[in-house]
Design a protein around this ligand. Structure first.
Ligand code: UDP
Length: 240
């Protein structure tokens, strides 16, 4: 492992939307997929152990189902299946770049992915394979943020890196308020007091209880994951 690496084992949470093409509008945009994967490859080359949790919002969300008359639980399963589609896209792209991966699904589907087995996942990480966690937690009423919090806690990851489309946490919505101020870091308690929605409350409380720091940052900045892993100032760090 590269001596400058600050976080040796990470859970990288990518929301499904990061794969959507801004121009093409496609749910999984090939060019963007390559960009994202090359950022993952960069930190893989530094020797960082990477667990990837991918969302599914670019394809389907449980909440969307409700609007269309689909039951919440059915919609949630549709959402979880969406994460499997995204996971396979990431797997394929990473493997083509020479990064060895294993997809582990929280819902068994043996032809497509390994089942999620914690000890096996850790073994993969130790062997330098990127583990892609698909199908969320396997339960409706949860999110892939909760999945990231759960997997990070189970694997004793050093940090959750939550890649989004904003470059950190602000005191108010920067899209609506020009004078919004970005935090460089803040404590879990500050985040709770300020009602700052870092993650959904289930995910957030898991991180709080298990002392897993969360870094929120913008994936579109070049080399942002690499910078984050090296401990350079990017995004907002939430810590205990
Ligand atoms: N989901 C679920 N249980 C989980 C993880 C995900 O039911 O443990 C469903 C839920 O409907 C969610 C969808 O899968 O809306 C996609 O996940 P998420 O919204 O977290 O994706 P993201 O916003 O990160 O793309």
């Amino acid at each position: 492992i590269h001596p400058a690496v600050k976080y040796k084992r990470i859970v990288l949470k990518l929301s499904g939307e990061v794969l959507r093409g801004a121009k093409s509008g496609e749910a999984i945009d090939g060019a963007i997929l390559e960009k994202v994967c090359s950022q993952v490859k960069e930190i893989h080359e530094l020797g960082v152990q990477i667990g990837l949790v991918i969302g599914g919002g670019n394809i389907f969300r449980g909440s969307l189902g409700e609007k269309r008359g689909v039951d919440r639980t059915t919609g949630d399963y549709m959402g979880m299946l969406s994460t499997v589609i995204n996971a396979l896209a990431l797997m394929d792209c990473l493997e083509k770049m020479g990064v060895t991966t294993r997809v582990q699904s929280a819902i068994p589907m043996n032809q497509i992915a390994e089942p999620f087995i914690l000890r096996r996942a850790i073994r993969h990480l130790e062997k330098g394979r990127v583990v892609i966690f698909a199908a969320g937690t396997g339960n409706p009423y949860f999110s892939t943020d909760t999945t990231a919090a759960l997997r990070a806690s189970e694997m004793h990851a050093d940090i959750i890196m939550k890649a989004t489309k904003v470059d950190g946490i602000y005191d108010k919505d920067p899209k609506k308020h020009a004078d919004a101020v970005k935090y460089e870091s803040l404590t879990f308690i500050d985040a709770l007091k300020g009602r700052l929605n870092v993650m959904d409350s289930t995910a957030f409380s898991l991180c709080l209880d298990n002392n897993v720091p969360i870094l929120v940052f913008d994936l579109n900045d070049e080399h942002s994951i690499r910078k984050a892993v090296l401990g350079e100032k990017v995004g907002t760090l939430v810590h205990s």
